[in-house]
Ligand binder design. Structure first.
Ligand code: NAP
Length: 297
């Protein structure tokens, strides 16, 4: 079956082939989800306070909502001090500050347009100096400007590449330079399943996310010898502000094609980020971790 989508597997009406989905096997409904089984055995929920990042400092872009917000929250809950970037004061700022204070740490929100190289560079240099350097960097800020390639305006190509890819290069350049001197650090770049497989209606977005993977693998080779790790996360179809605008019929059609038969949650992507940020992944670099319910398999 061919399904065409326009934001991370949003089905679209273009009829353009996007991504070939494997025929799915019947769903195993009898067993509880893996996380609840593991949670029962260990009496904890992944992402809750395990102090995995105690004493570490993290910079997370796009921390105001969705996946970036959940990453910032999970990092704070695990003892990290977090600097979160977005475009303007977020409604979740107070919540993240509260999570920080409950865990004996601090959250600092700052503002910059990731699509404006000069503004972004100045802001990141300022927070780098204020923080004294980061142990973890998550380049998560992202946008979509969907449309078929033959109709796409150059400004929609440029803005998506600037926010999703060039901003990651610029922030990595500043932050990794400091990590290299300290011989330690973990960089996580938020790609997408469409960066691996492509998607009709999203040539700009897919190119930015595929570029992020190639960029991350190359950077991992450059900085690995200096103790810095670089990995990507490739989420599939995740419930956030952007995907909440989908029509119910599209959502249902999409969920039916996912091997785990549901959309993912932002917390589930945050759990992968927590693993990559922590010393649990100390021998993992240059990788792309899919958090996609099996969409990419
Ligand atoms: N949701 C999915 O299904 C999915 C799947 C695969 C990959 N992803 C990727 O995961 C990341 C997060 O996605 P999401 O669904 O959580 O998106 P979201 O809910 O729309 O949040 C986007 C975040 O990026 C920030 N941002 C956007 N443009 C920015 C700019 N020019 N400068 C600074 N910050 C900017 C937003 O800040 P403001 O609040 O200030 O606008 C917000 O914090 C993105 O890179 C996305 O491509 C998402």
């Amino acid at each position: 079956m061919l399904v065409c989508c326009n934001r991370d597997f949003r089905p679209c009406v273009t009829g353009f082939p996007g991504f070939r989905l494997s025929p799915s096997l019947p769903m195993a409904t009898a067993s509880p989800p893996l996380q609840s089984r593991v949670g029962f055995l260990l009496n904890l929920t992944v992402g809750e306070n395990m102090d995995l990042l105690k004493g570490k400092k993290a910079l997370v872009t796009g921390s105001s909502r969705g996946i970036g917000f959940e990453i910032a929250k999970a990092f704070l809950a695990n003892g990290a001090e977090v600097w979160g970037m977005c475009t303007h004061e977020s409604k979740n700022k107070a919540l993240l500050e509260q999570t920080a204070s409950e865990n004996g740490t601090a959250f600092h929100e700052f503002y910059a347009d990731a699509g404006n190289a000069d503004v972004l560079t100045a802001a990141v240099k300022e927070v780098l100096a204020a923080s004294g350097g980061f142990d973890v960097l998550v380049n998560n800020a992202g946008i979509t400007r969907d449309g078929l390639s033959f109709r796409m305006k150059k400004e929609d190509w440029d803005s998506v590449l600037a926010v999703n890819l060039t901003s990651a290069f610029l922030v990595c350049q500043i932050v990794s330079n400091d990590m290299i001197h300290k011989k330690s650090g973990s960089i996580i770049n938020m790609s997408s399943i469409v960066g691996l497989h492509g998607n009709g209606g999203q040539v700009n977005y897919s190119a930015s996310k595929g570029g992020l993977i190639a960029f991350s693998k190359s950077l991992a080779k450059e900085v690995g010898g200096r103790g810095v790790r670089v990995n990507c996360i490739a989420p599939g179809f995740i419930e956030t502000d952007m995907t909440s605008v989908l029509k119910e019929e599209y959502r249902k059609a999409m969920e039916a094609t996912i091997p785990l038969k549901r959309a993912g949650k932002a917390e589930e992507v945050a759990n992968a980020a927590l693993f990559l940020a922590s010393d649990l992944s100390v021998y993992v670099t240059g990788q792309v971790i899919g958090v996609d319910g099996g969409m990419g398999c």
